[in-house]
Design a protein around this ligand. Structure first.
Ligand code: SF4
Ligand code: SF4
Length: 177
């Protein structure tokens, strides 16, 4: 049994994803399409980050987090993550927190912001009222174009990982269920 799906506790999804990486990393990385997606994703991620800086979004979010505690990375958002998304982060050498670092915050939130790269679409395309008010529509449109490419690649990678592992006996990976 695999732990793909949203219904499992985040602890179990992380344990499963770490085991997938430990036991099937090389299998995943023999898939040329997945390797290409990962490489394209690194570029798309950097591109979105660059767009966020260029249009002033990074500064606004930083100010919001420091001065008002932010409000968009609350506890429970991690439940929208599928294990495949956690596997993607691990393939990108991201360290997944072993416990919640910020009280009432998302599992993946650290003291200085989000600790992971591959985020849920909800996180990537969220535009709060302040961002909508403070950033011009044409700049937001530019950002949305970048983030759309990033979210597309995440979707392709999630599907690819599930496809590769679907044909695999996984009893050595996760014995709990
Ligand atoms: S998206 Fe909005 S609420 Fe979230 S940190 Fe940025 S400014 Fe604050
Ligand atoms: S994954 Fe990152 S961006 Fe998304 S809610 Fe959690 S801390 Fe915030």
């Amino acid at each position: 049994m695999t732990l793909f799906g949203l219904q499992y506790p985040i602890n179990d999804k992380i344990t499963f994803s770490l085991a997938v990486i430990e036991k099937r990393r090389s299998l995943l990385l023999t898939d040329d399409k997945l390797v290409k997606f990962l490489s394209d994703y690194e570029k798309a991620f950097e591109n979105t980050q660059k767009a966020m800086r260029e249009i002033g979004m990074s500064d606004i979010c930083c100010d919001c987090a420091i001065n008002t505690g932010g409000s968009c990375c609350g506890e429970g958002i991690e439940d929208w993550f599928d294990s495949a998304l956690i596997v993607i982060n691990l393939l990108l050498d991201v360290n997944i927190p072993e416990k919640r670092m910020v009280q009432n915050g998302c599992w993946f939130l650290g003291e200085t912001g989000c600790l992971i790269k591959a985020k849920h679409t909800l996180c990537i395309n969220y535009l709060c009222k302040r961002l909508q008010q403070d950033i011009s529509p044409d700049k937001l449109q530019y950002f949305q174009k970048c983030m759309l490419h990033e979210t597309e690649l995440l979707f392709y990678m999630e599907e690819k990982i599930k496809e590769i592992l679907r044909g695999e006996p996984l009893s050595d990976i996760y014995k709990k269920h």
